[in-house]
Design a binder for this molecule. Structure first.
Ligand code: KIV
Ligand code: NA
Length: 265
């Protein structure tokens, strides 16, 4: 296939063709995912928990993200490559965010993702004005799990207005993609219908422009309890490549997620 571009992702959002995204941390998986038709590879800071066995993503270092982004970039041919800015690498100032983004882009990222709240618009504007495409991660933001008081659904009830205002502020600041983690499906659907840019969901129901899961969760090799929004795609598949192809097919057809099972109200 031809290389996935921001323009192509924008077209998919506009036409309703679902975007399939998975996390990826190394070259071997990058080539399997790319060939299976995954549109976006996310070098997630979830590598802190998945690869480094840390309790949260908070301790992940920028150098770790640079290393894994370079590995994924080498294995990938056509997928859009999104790299996470880890906790502490963009909080001090827009300039700090710029230097951290530069390191990820020099390692091969096409776009950076940062976890957003009420303070992030200036940083998103600073980056996008200078040619760094930005994905704004909203809703539940794992890097600040301590401040949020645990792994909790965000944007319920009166908190919905704040999530909507944050999404609007990020788009106005130039974000070219939004990602919502663990918000009610109806809220994600409403924001996606309004959003001029693609919206990716994890635990956000079926109404977004696309879906993402942590690779090791959907391959069922993460130890311990799985979040509600995870589906095991290895079960019933006879190879990793087949499991990934099934994930892509189920996202594209709207079979995954099943809102009764994988979503929140
Ligand atoms: O790091 C990660 O894997 C993520 C996804 C959960 C969206 O940010
Ligand atoms: Na992340």
């Amino acid at each position: 296939r031809k290389a996935v571009t921001l323009h192509k992702l924008q077209e998919m959002h506009a036409s309703g063709e679902k975007i399939a995204m998975l996390t990826c941390y190394d070259a071997a998986f990058a080539s399997v995912l790319d060939e299976a038709g995954v549109d976006i590879l996310l070098v997630g800071d979830s590598l802190g928990t998945v690869l480094q066995a840390e309790p949260t993503t908070t301790p992940v270092q920028l150098a770790d993200m640079v290393y894994h982004t370079r590995c994924v970039a080498r294995g990938n041919k056509t997928a859009w490559l999104l790299g996470d800015l880890p906790f502490g690498s963009y909080h001090a100032s827009p300039e700090q965010a710029w230097h951290s983004s530069l390191a990820l882009m020099q390692a091969g990222a096409h776009m950076v993702k940062l976890e957003c709240s009420d303070w992030t618009a200036d940083t998103v504007r600073f980056l996008t004005q200078r040619g760094v495409p930005v994905c704004a991660h909203l809703g539940f933001t794992p890097q600040t799990v301590s401040a949020l008081g645990g792994f909790k659904v965000q944007g319920r009830g009166e908190a919905a207005e704040r999530v909507k205002a944050q999404a609007k502020a990020m788009v106005e600041a130039g974000a070219q993609m939004l990602l919502f983690e663990m918000i009610p499906a109806a809220l994600a659907r409403e924001i996606t219908a309004w959003s001029p840019v693609p919206v990716i969901g994890i635990g956000a129901g079926l109404g977004t422009s696309g879906q993402v899961l942590v690779l090791h969760d959907m391959l069922d090799i993460t130890p311990g309890r799985r979040p509600r929004f995870v589906k095991n795609f290895m079960s019933g598949s006879d190879s990793i490549a087949a499991a990934i192809r099934r994930y892509v097919a189920e996202v594209k057809s709207g079979q995954f997620p099943d809102e009764a099972v994988h979503a929140f109200t």
